[in-house]
Design a binder for this molecule. Sequence first.
Ligand code: G3P
Length: 217
Amino acid sequence: MKFFIDTANLDQIREAQELGVLDGVTTNPSLMAKEGIRGRDNILKHYVDICEIVDGDVSAEVIATTFDEIVKEGEELAELHPQIVVKVPMIKEGIKAIKYFSDKGIRTNCTLVFSAGQALLAAKAGATYVSPFLGRLDDISTDGLQLIAEIRQIYDNYGFETQILAASIRHTMHVVNCAKIGADVMTGPLSSIDGLLKHPLTDSGLAKFLEDAKSFN
Ligand code: G3P
């Protein structure tokens, strides 16, 4: 299972990278805005800065919503750095663009996916990644994990190579449950990765070992 961090914050990306388990980064316009990144040149530079911190894939989202504009913007993003994956919304023009990018060898992440049917369409178009937003489904009393399981079943039925990128992860148990289902990738906040470290028996066990080790001196 690949671990991506879902942020545009360079300090958090560095911290996750230093842990040694980071496989990539996902961003979106909201996350870029949160970091106060403004203006096209600054946004493009920020994507390059992220690529220089991590070794893996970095999703950069298009703002355009028509085929021609998505292609233009996506090609510009893809040329920025070999690690860039063009993130395209799940709309009709987006699916056409994903097919176009796929035929040209440009990697894509189909975002804003909330149903198995949408995920099937993204795979048919040749998306590299599909991003079902499980946390946002949970937010409206729908089972986000069930969607991940349905997509896993459909992709396995037909051998689709599109990777399931479980997005909108909110906490550590989302990560664990996505791993049990077999999501290829999870993207979440740094806290969802850090949470995997924690167990009170680890803390109390280590405290006892360190206390008993004092007798060695
Ligand atoms: O990057 C897309 C997705 O992960 C958004 O998550 O927490 O805004 O629902 P969230």
